[in-house]
Design a protein around this ligand. Structure first.
Ligand SMILES: Cc1ncc(C[n+]2csc(CCOP(=O)(O)OP(=O)(O)O)c2C)c(N)n1
Ligand SMILES: [Mg+2]
Length: 581
């Protein structure tokens, strides 16, 4: 197909052809030519956000809920730089997004022109790939390449920066374009020799653990994971990015590893003789002090990105491939071992780790003064809202409680900012998730600090008819930082009191000002009724101000830089690992 049109028209046409239905953005001078044909598109809905950071996180939420590429758009200079945080966020969590930015006219590039920022230079280290387009003829092919790169292999963010004159010029639109990506060929098929070696280690091991990261969900491999887990009977651990990839209620599940993981998951990794890492990257929040992490374990490490393998922890059996294909092949290879009479015996191992799980369950303290414990709010949300909803967290204590106390049964049902830890993620990401899955219930679980960073997108939600629900876990503080001050800075609370106790701002009034319903809940006995009320409202967004006690802490905890062996399940309370040790 060949047709004459402007570069801007060819951009919109290309977006339609790659199947984009939603774009989040804000117009401005350099991108303005693109907004004109966008106005006429019947296939692409543009959602006018209130801040470009909101556009980027919304694209991420959309991508994570749907598995498709999320799209955000901004003008040059400050519009583009406002996208830097969500682009970095998507890079850390391997979220497929395409960011389209207008650039000053090609003749002005490099002259410090009005609203010029070298956004492709700025985002070079935080994008999977980026493009600066100055030739209008290259727009369709670049868009096709950007979507292919963002969504294939290890997903990630791609930036397409287009000079204003390229958008304005007349060009020839051709579709489908021929991709020109020599050298970009992600390996998805695992090597059969590595698979056989991994299967052999699995049946020979006596203390194996399946360490499941976000890559397993990205490969849509939950069913295949379950098959391997049930075939072998190996305990399963799901990282912050993998919550729900394996059902929390499954008897083989030990919980989340890492700094705020369960004693069972952390203890199992430390005592394992074999770690089967799937789409996980041995993040420092998981390993704790690296030198003392899982000292007795051999490692099978499967990842689609070869750069991850042996990056932090040496892999004895490296497997490069798509996690779904790896899991299918591994299950077949393990079955072959079983047929040959070789089978792992993990009974003693289960006696140990099952003991950790029953002796050290997650728990929390209620407050004698009758004030609300944040963990209780999570438990009731989990119970009353159920596992079919999406839960989208901010960053801080509330995020950890949401990871710990909500029961996840479905892959991808917990969406959060794991790698970058971006405050302000929840509200816009929840908006994007809800737009991607309009029939689903979407709860943002936000902190009072995070909420004040991006709550302006409530206006977008109210106007665009996106009825998300927001639980603000209002502890009056930058709680996670305060927790570290309590534990490591002698309770010197430097600059963590947000003074929300004075109701500045009043979150109920703020919600109402944005055209949402605002509710407040301050006591445990009101939690169920408040959640029920929020669940009844489906035409407008709802914000619930859950006023909770400021002293609640996230436990268990491995203090930063220390060994996972030194995990505490409450203040100064260390688990007893093993009677023989
Ligand atoms: C953009 C950004 N700035 C600063 C931080 C550091 N930080 C991590 S958690 C946190 C406190 C978050 O406060 P709040 O949203 O109220 O959550 P809480 O921990 O109280 O649940 C801060 C400041 C961050 N993660 N992101
Ligand atoms: Mg807080």
């Amino acid at each position: 197909m060949t047709e004459r049109m402007t570069g801007a028209q060819s951009l919109v046409r290309a977006l339609e052809h790659v199947g984009v239905d939603t774009v989040f953005g804000i117009p401005g001078g350099a991108i303005l030519p693109a907004y004109d044909p966008l106005y006429d598109s019947t296939k692409v809905r543009h959602v006018l956000v209130r801040h470009e950071q909101g556009a980027g996180h919304a694209a991420e939420g959309y991508a994570q809920a749907t598995g498709r590429v999320g799209v955000c758009m901004a003008t040059s200079g400050p519009g583009a730089t406002n996208l830097v945080t969500p682009i970095a966020d998507a890079h850390m969590d391997s979220v497929p997004i395409v960011a389209i930015t207008g650039q000053v006219a090609s003749a002005a590039i490099g002259t410090d022109a009005f609203q010029e920022a070298d956004i492709s230079g700025i985002t070079m280290p935080i994008t999977k790939h980026n493009f600066l387009v100055t030739d209008p003829a290259e727009i369709p092919r670049t868009i096709a390449e950007a979507f292919h790169i963002a969504s294939s292999g290890r997903p990630g963010p791609v930036l397409v920066d287009i000079a204003k004159d390229a958008l304005q010029a007349t060009t020839v639109f051709e579709w489908p374009p021929t991709l020109q990506l020599p050298g970009y060929r992600p390996v998805t098929r695992p090597h059969s020799k590595q698979i056989r070696e991994a299967a052999r280690l699995i049946v020979e091991a006596s203390r194996p653990v399946l360490y499941v990261g976000g890559g397993v969900h990205k490969a849509r491999a939950s069913a295949e994971l379950r098959t391997l887990a049930e075939l072998t009977g190996i305990p399963v651990i799901t990282t912050l990015m993998a919550r729900g990839t394996f059902p929390d209620s499954h008897p083989l599940h030990l919980g989340m590893p890492g700094m705020h993981g369960s004693v069972a998951a952390v203890g199992a990794l430390q005592r394992a003789d074999l770690i089967i890492a799937l789409g996980a990257r041995f993040d420092d929040r998981v390993t704790g002090q690296l030198a003392s992490f899982a000292p007795h374990a051999k490692v099978i490490h499967a990842d689609i990105d070869p750069a991850e393998i042996s990056k932090n922890r040496h892999a004895d059996v490296p497997i490069v491939g798509d996690c779904r294909e790896v899991l299918v092949d591994l299950a077949a290879a393990v079955k072959h071992e079983h047929n040959e009479g070789r089978r792992g015996d993990y009974d003693e191992w289960w006696a140990l780790v099952g003991g950790y799980r029953s002796t050290y369950p997650l728990g929390f303290d209620e407050f004698a003064d009758g004030s609300l414990a944040p963990q209780y709010v999570m438990e009731r949300l989990s119970k009353l809202v159920g596992p079919d909803a999406y839960y989208v967290a901010g960053v801080g204590q509330h995020q950890m409680w949401a990871a710990q106390f909500i029961g996840y049964e479905n892959p991808g049902s917990f969406i959060n900012s794991g790698g970058l830890g971006t405050m302000g993620f929840a509200v816009p990401a929840a908006m994007g998730a809800k737009m991607g899955k309009p029939d689903a219930t979407v709860w943002a679980i936000d902190g009072d600090g995070c909420f004040q960073m991006t709550n302006q997108e409530l206006a977008t939600c109210a106007i665009e008819g996106v009825p998300i629900k927001v639980a603000v876990i209002n502890n009056g503080n930058l709680g996670m930082v305060r927790q570290w001050q309590t534990l490591f800075y002698d309770q010197r609370y430097s600059n963590t009191d947000l003074q929300t106790a004075r109701r500045i701002p009043d979150f109920v009034k703020l919600a109402e000002a944005y055209g949402c319903v605002g509710l407040r809940c301050e006591r445990p006995e009101d939690v169920d009724a408040t959640i029920a009320k929020a669940m009844e409202i489906n035409d407008v967004p709802v914000v619930v101000d859950f006023v909770v006690h400021q002293d609640a802490m996230v436990w268990p905890m491995v203090a930063a830089g220390t060994s996972n062996d030194d995990i505490k399940y409450a203040r100064d309370m260390a688990p007893i690992w093993d009677s023989e040790e």
